[in-house]
Design a protein around this ligand. Structure first.
Ligand code: GTP
Ligand code: MG
Length: 372
């Protein structure tokens, strides 16, 4: 029945809710056990268990189930993890300049001169604390990820140019952040410019529910110049402060799971994917299913091109070893053995193909017009 949640479905199928949650995860849907699911999702789930949704008659339970059981998130081993931060804002308001400044100003001595890979994410350390920045998400990528249920951002930095004020994409970014339920830290940028009017920006944002503490609200505002580096350190401190309050945690002692940030086909290395580890610890050699693709982690490196043999939660990594190129926002999960990973990957690829075929075969008025 539509509206049932994973807990209720678990009960109906005589299975642990955690297993249902894991199953959903494998179907690309990340929910906790209390979220009520729509009819399509329930049917998908039922189909996966070999059940017709109406009949609730168990026909054939796949062997994979055992597997998901072992992946269970052990809540007793939660450890602090770094916040994952996305920078958003209107065109030309200074997102790239800010990211570049952050990246260049916090390179430690040993890394200077090292080649920085464009892997779409990087980590910065201050006072022994780490922040993970997602480098890619323009709004389109953010939307694509959210559409796949991948809310991987913990904190949104909203960049607004002090000489330009709130613009359409500023509002879009606010809407995204609100939908994803991430706190927003406002960086009023370009305060070095003669035409800068930070107060005007604050007034405008107040109209969108972002009210600074001085004005009786609870949104953090920092006035910066990304170009000159003014107050960027303060901005970093505010991110760390906010993340402290959020008490972000994950369990490093389990098989790794997380999301694809971006992926591409490299001529020499084959499919290359930037992944964010969200749970567990990833190791070189791990059998893995990523969206509709699968393989074994052949190489794993950080954004500085340094080879890693393991990666804990909130670490962005670039991996090779997949049989195909996954999509941004796809989920990944590590399996205990390659055979099962392959079986799960192939099953998922087959499902995706069938979906695709169904889509292509069903002629609707819309795609009829599209094809003309
Ligand atoms: P898109 O990626 O196109 O959406 O733009 P963006 O938000 O990444 O802006 P970007 O960082 O490319 O900056 C746009 C222009 O503003 C560039 O010419 C920057 O040099 C300039 N700029 C960015 N930050 C500052 C600042 O703090 N002060 C001044 N004076 N100029 C800035
Ligand atoms: Mg840019």
């Amino acid at each position: 029945n539509a509206g049932m949640n994973a807990q209720e479905i678990g009960k109906a199928l005589h299975r642990e809710p955690a297993e249902i949650v894991k199953k959903l995860f494998m179907l690309g849907i990340m929910v906790n056990q209390n979220v009520s699911l729509d009819k399509d999702t329930i049917e998908l789930l039922a189909a996966d268990y070999g059940i017709k949704a109406e009949e609730k008659e168990v026909v054939n339970v796949s062997d994979l189930d055992k597997f998901f059981e072992e992946e269970e998130n052990n809540k007793e081993h939660q450890e602090d993890r770094a916040p994952v931060v996305t920078i958003m804002g209107h065109v030309d308001h200074g997102k790239t300049t800010l990211l570049d400044y952050l990246r260049n100003s916090h390179i430690t001595a040993g890394e200077a001169g090292g080649i920085t890979q464009a892997i779409g994410a990087y980590q910065l350390k201050k006072d022994g604390k780490t922040i993970t920045f997602l480098d890619t998400p323009g709004h389109a990528a953010f939307t694509a990820m959210r559409a796949r249920g991948a809310d991987i951002t913990d904190i949104t930095i909203l960049v607004v140019a002090a000489d330009d004020g709130v613009m359409p994409q500023t509002i879009e970014a606010i809407d995204h952040a609100k939908a994803a339920k991430t706190p927003i830290i406002v960086a009023i940028n370009k305060i070095d410019k003669p035409g800068a009017n930070p107060n005007h920006v604050i007034e405008q944002l107040t109209g969108h529910g972002l009210v600074p503490e001085d004005w009786g609200g609870d949104t953090i505002f920092v006035e910066i110049s990304a170009k000159m580096g003014t107050n960027v350190d303060e901005l970093i401190d505010m991110i760390l402060l906010e993340s402290d309050v959020m008490e972000l945690k994950a369990n490093p002692d389990q098989n790794a799971a997380g999301s694809v940030i971006e992926a591409r086909l490299d001529r020499g290395r084959g499919p290359v994917a930037t992944l964010l580890v969200q749970q567990g610890t990833m190791h070189v050699g791990d059998p893995i299913v990523v969206g509709d693709t699968f393989g074994r982690v052949r190489t794993m490196m950080n954004e500085k091109g340094k080879n890693l043999d393991k990666a804990t939660p909130s670490t962005p990594i670039e991996v090779t070893g997949l049989n195909d190129v996954p999509e941004a926002g796809d989920r990944f999960i590590v399996f205990d053995d390659e055979k099962t990973a392959r079986a799960a990957g192939e099953e998922r690829a087959k499902e995706a193909q069938m979906e695709e075929r169904k889509k292509n075969n069903s002629v609707t008025l819309d795609n009829l017009f599209d094809s003309i």
